[in-house]
Design a protein around this ligand. Sequence first.
Ligand code: TRP
Ligand code: ZN
Length: 884
Amino acid sequence: HTIADTQLTFELGEGTTQVTAQLRFERSDAAPDGATDLRLDGQELELVSVAVDGRALASNEYRLDDESLTLFDLPAHFELSVVTRIHPEVNTALDGLYKSGGMYCTQCEAEGFRKITYYLDRPDILAPFTTTIVASRNYPVLLSNGNQIDAHELADGRRSVTWRDPFPKPSYLFALVAGDLAVLRDEFVTTSGRKVELRIYSEPHNIAQCRYAMGALQRAMRWDEQVYGREYDLDIFMIVAVEDFNMGAMENKGLNIFNTSCVLASADTATDAAYQRVEGVVAHEYFHNWSGNRVTCRDWFQLSLKEGFTVFRDAQFSADMHSRTVKRIEDVNFLRTFQFPEDAGPLAHPIRPDSYIEISNFYTTTVYEKGAEVVRMIHTLLGPARFRRGTDLYFDRHDGAAVTTEEFIAAMEAANAVDLGQFRRWYSQAGTPVVAVRTEFAGDTLTVHFEQRCPATPQQPHKDAFHIPIALGLLDAGGAELLGAAGRRNGSAVTLTSDATIENPGDDGTLIVHLRQPSAQVTIAGLHSEGALSLLRGFSAPVNLQWHRSSETLAFIAQHDTDGVCRWDAMQTLFAAEIDRLRTGAVEPSGEFLTLLGELATAAHAAADDGEAKAMFAVMLTVPSEAYLGELMEQIDVDGLHRARVRLREVIGLTLFDSWLALYRGNSSTETYQPDGRGIARRALRNLALSYICATGDSHVDVAKRVVLNQYEGADNLTERLAALREIINAVWLERSVAAAALDGFAQRWQHEKLVMDQWFALQAACPAPDALQRVMALDNHPDFDARNPNRVRSLYGVFAQQNVVRFHASDGSGYRFLTERVSRLDRANPQLAARLLAPLTRWRRYDAARRLAMRDALRRIEADAALSKDVFEVVSKSLQTDG
Ligand code: TRP
Ligand code: ZN
């Protein structure tokens, strides 16, 4: 059966909400002959009554269990009326209808709607919804999807408001909000001249912080028209900010619901990173209106169809709004730090998984971020114009339908007469491919050999070759491009031969090598000297390059490549090499490396104030995180990495002390805080300089103390205030009482701003002092710690386990015991959140024997719990499986 029309009535009452669903069912043509039974999904529901075509069913006419309601002997077409009762006040899982900070709200993706009423709760059942909400006057704002079509008062004083959403949608896009909310209003006029009403709702004390999100929404709406030709369709678009939310935000049709952390922003309550996240997430959810809502997923295996594509779209948008290269570097860094380990561990899965126990566990960096990389590779292979032809055809063909990733690829092929047959393997094979590179230079000829392989992943011992776009450039000794159109413009006359297809889609100095075979080679003849090869420009494919280069070559690329991602990547490699030297016995980093850093710091000082150049130097001069450095090692040397990284930062601070001071002074804020590219870049560079000044240990205590306390006390924005507070609490050279006073003062001042207090918890959870765990345990008992609020939980437990590598992985297993104990407890209240917090433990095979055992024991202790949720069970059991 399918559902032709859905009408819902919610009577919100303290303690109990009654839901009446009137559903018009139609037997689908695909139904097997004689099929007259119908199974509806439903969980944690109290069934009050069920009627077919107005006739109440007797108890022998249906069957009820914990997960479903099955009706027998149904006609081909009928109207079902089901009345259920639910209890949002005690819904701590934040899935379905729940209460957050006094307001009712919903989260239905992926399978939350079945906790509201009995339904065909799957994404390929699309129906228009009419929703009536009845509530007391304590809840003056009553919202649902679509347009409001009625509002009136009932005889008993309650109010009734009705919304109708004319666009057929799956149940996961349903939303309801009821509360005493403030609103910020604006509007948007679409290209075709339709006026759209825009509203952002929040609790009254937060409404002043919604302005930035409104601007971001307007920018996103305009951008989607210009870049994808996508116009908004309803007459109203609403965002509601809620404090308790499992994820970032949700794209419910016409009524997006957001974690406050992804909407609210003001100079004193949001860092530059938070502003950019707000803009990115607002855009992401808005873009889903087309990539997700108008064209949706046939089933949850297709999740990356909407998420991978939409992450790609929001990344393009952010790149257009801010520093393109830095945005790309941040994304590549995120992918390599979090997705690569997932792809190399026991929970590895293709971006289109082929099985799951609990779908909530598959909202992963693989489905999202690697999914976006796969879409990006199609964009790289086709170029922007042909990619746009493909998306136009995709939206055109499948508007109003629930489709698969296959339809996306097929549209790309059909619009462009290209063959993506082999490329499809990116959807079905897990694991990060390795591309080994070897070069030879003889006479006037450079030969580049490529060889690809992909490590085994669970259930996939063997992989077929991927179609990998490798962006390749070559520079001469003066840094000029030698290849492609740019090469010709520079007078280079090289000849290229290859057994792979090579294209120059950008008409620039970058060639795209289509690596399809297990191995390939490219020969470049007519060179005066070897030149400097630049590979995987823009990070053209989510692969690991295995490529040995001398430190001179890397330094040259870092300073001269035209591709910013490759410049940054060369620095990452050089940093990792220095860390390695220090970790394995060297006392000092190499002199050449320090010289290179000095040159970069000097160049940073002279860099243009354009929001791009300074931001680039800031990321290039940042030592990679312990999490990233650990991933580069076969077996992670937790303590060695930490010590080496501290030492490296100290030496860099000392050796270039004057440069850091100059950068610090040269990038002070000149005007009032603006979250724009220029300001963000200056603050990034200044805070980097501050961190090196503070890393000099006991050598410059007076200067460091003066600088950091001045910044802390004088800051007019959270970015600078928090950066200073971080240095204050991490500084071993500062009296403990100073740090304690700063922390207390901060908490006093900001205790009413929950998102700021999240940062206060997070800073301390990340502090690598030896007593970190004791501090985390004390914070766990702090009156402001709230285990029911996911943001707070992530700030304390999540940050400790993910960012405080050296203390979470204490060799005595104390960090592991702490996390498992808290996760077991959390699992009873909020399984989705609990399962996510376990991620760091699942990589137990990467550590030394003692840690490995301690981590495995911790996982086994959780597994022994009989009352485990499906969510946590799946993560724990898969990570303990022997073939993982
Ligand atoms: N679709 C949401 C997003 O774009 C993800 C999401 C929000 C979600 N809340 C959720 C997924 C709860 C699972 C459970 O990005
Ligand atoms: Zn999304």
